[in-house]
Design a protein around this ligand. Structure first.
Ligand code: AMP
Length: 574
């Protein structure tokens, strides 16, 4: 296909500000493109010669472009430079100087899109000493074959500055209009694009095999898929609504997401969340993954974390120093990293992305030989929200960002912020500004790890006026192993057969064991809310209470009063 045909569309698109108009122009144009050209055209429309993940860098310097323009036009380099300064754009300069081209310099044939594409790939491959000279020569050969308008776009593509505003989604839209009867089919194209973020492949498949072909597009080792993202909730309780029953709770690390691919040849490629190829930045990690993962082919995901000499995690900012092209080996030594793996998408010929989380991570556990650099994400599996909160608190103590709750039955939703993964970070937690001192009035027997002790304690505030105790929360979080071990003995002497007269408790909250109101505990909480379950004041309850310590120095009547709590709740609302 003649490059001039593409140039005409570039011109039209450049003069269009409306997205809809742009789609129409593109759709009309794409309809006319033969199947063998559609992939190349799709890349060039984005001003590139490959999809982003392929990491093809043209790397031609402004100076070399200037030299090429002088050579191709016969205009003196100093004049070209002056024009460039005046116009402030290499593309416009190219157009201008080539218009000035002496008639003696006749065009050397016609530039086709394939020649442009191939030569630009060649240009990208040139490296080492003298490479700018070679790149400049290749550009000259392209400029000699095109019109002044064509030169404008060749130069912009070479410099990576062709910004027509036709983003990947616009092109997908236009493809749907051009090649399927319905624009609605764009969703299917978008879906395929999350699995194969390569417009060239999508376009060619659509043109050659139609929507049936698009349906069959699947994960391919060496080609990244868009990463699954997390949803967020306002309150931790919503997690239980979105993911009922048992769920996995993983640490949310403060590092860089990575998707690691290993192909049958043993080649490992690392992709960032933006799907950039970041393999060259982490030769240390590539080596470890090659050693520690027992599989011929895989696609796995995890979080890269910078560590100090003792293996302690360092913040994201430190890891970012590894984002470099030079001195990579030196920095690999200075800032070592580890990876916490949490997902498996492909293994030895089988795609796992439609498998439930439980199966994916079970299989991941089987192929990972853990060492100091390659580990699995820390996690628990539970159906108890208090345990989720416990784990969350523990993760904050470890200085992690928070947790990600994952549905055991959920599949990997590429490129989607779905409800199969929910993040809960410390920033979301509202905390009361002060702790409360509450009286233990009842207990619930512990199960599992907590059998033989109490799983939770019913805590109350003191009502001075009535000389009574009104329940405020069920406390199960923050109880360390030592505290749990101490509890049965500590509370034994206060055990009662029936509810103490001075305690006001709703039926729903009745504990398995009653205690005389004696033991005072200091408790931290997220928020005071109105609830039908507790009797404190006008029916207040403390969300996510967390045990801090026993207050041996306080009598039950010195506990925080209902009046104080009412006041705190009022403030919170204001
Ligand atoms: P956010 O960027 O806040 O939407 O959170 C999602 C990011 O958390 C992911 O892209 C990962 O980089 C990071 N992350 C940390 N730990 C995990 C984990 N266990 N599972 C999934 N993502 C994680």
């Amino acid at each position: 296909m003649d490059f001039q045909k593409l140039v005409a569309v570039f011109e039209e698109l450049e003069q269009t500000a409306s997205g809809n108009k742009m789609r129409e122009i593109l759709a009309e144009f794409l309809k006319t493109i033969p199947a063998e050209d559609i992939a190349v055209v799709s890349y060039l429309l984005q001003g590139s010669i490959a999809s982003e993940y392929a990491a093809v860098v043209l790397g031609i310097a402004d100076k070399s472009v200037l030299k090429s323009l002088a050579a191709a036009s016969g205009v003196e380099a100093s004049k070209v430079q002056k024009l460039m300064q005046e116009l402030g754009d290499a593309g416009l300069t190219a157009e201008k100087v080539l218009q000035k081209k002496p008639q003696t310099l006749v065009p050397v044939g016609k530039l086709t899109i394939h020649e442009l594409f191939e030569k630009l790939h060649k240009l990208a491959q040139v490296s080492g000493t003298g490479s700018q000279e070679q790149k400049s020569n290749i550009l000259v050969s392209l400029l000699q074959k095109t019109s002044p308008k064509g030169a404008k776009y060749v130069v912009r593509i070479a410099l990576g500055t062709l910004r027509l505003g036709a983003g990947e989604m616009t092109i997908l839209d236009a493809l749907a209009i051009a090649y399927t009867s319905d624009k609605k089919n764009k969703e299917q194209l978008e879906q395929a694009y999350t699995i194969c973020p390569d417009l060239g492949i999508i376009a060619e498949t659509l043109v050659k095999k139609g929507l049936k072909g698009i349906e069959k597009i699947d994960l391919h080792v060496g080609r990244p898929i868009k990463m699954m993202l997390c949803q967020r909730v306002e309150k931790l309780e919503e997690v239980a609504e979105k993911i009922p029953g048992k769920k996995a709770v993983e640490a949310k690390y403060d590092g860089e997401r990575v998707q690691a691919h290993k192909d049958v040849k043993g080649r490992i490629t690392l992709f960032s969340r933006r799907l950039e190829n970041i393999t060259a930045q982490f030769p240390d990690l590539v080596k470890e993954l090659a050693k520690q993962i027992q599989a011929k082919e895989f696609v796995i995901e995890g979080e890269i974390i910078a560590i100090d000499k003792d293996g302690h995690h360092l913040p994201f900012q430190t890891l970012m120093q590894r984002r470099r092209k030079h001195d990579v080996e030196k920095y690999a030594k200075e800032i070592p990293v580890l990876v916490k793996l949490f997902d498996l998408l492909y293994l030895d010929g089988h795609s796992f992305r439609h498998e439930p989380y439980e199966k994916r991570t079970e299989q991941l556990g089987k192929i990972v030989r853990k060492n100091k650099q390659v580990l699995l994400a820390d996690k628990i599996v539970t159906d108890d929200l208090d345990e989720v909160n416990d784990f969350f608190q523990q993760m904050l103590k470890e200085k992690y960002e928070g947790i990600i709750v994952k549905s055991l039955s959920g599949e990997y939703q590429a490129g989607t912020r779905g409800w199969n993964w929910i993040k809960w970070k410390k920033e979301y937690v509202q905390e009361l500004s002060d702790t409360l001192d509450l009286v233990v009035v009842g207990g619930y027997h512990g199960k599992g790890k907590r059998s033989g002790t109490y799983g939770a304690l019913l805590c109350a505030a003191y009502n001075e006026k009535e000389d009574s105790f009104e329940t405020l929360c069920k406390l199960g979080t923050g109880l360390t192993d030592e505290v749990l071990a101490e509890l049965p003995l500590k509370l034994a002497k206060y055990k009662l057969r029936q509810k103490p007269v001075r305690v006001n408790c709703n039926k729903e909250m009745e504990p398995e064991v009653w205690f005389e109101p004696k033991v005072v505990v200091e408790v931290f909480g997220a928020e005071l809310t109105r609830s039908p379950f507790h009797t404190c004041g006008s029916g207040l309850s403390l969300r996510f209470p967390r045990f801090i310590r026993f207050r041996e120095d306080k009598k039950a009547e010195q506990a925080t009063t209902v009046k104080e709590i009412e006041k705190m709740a009022g403030k919170g609302k204001g």
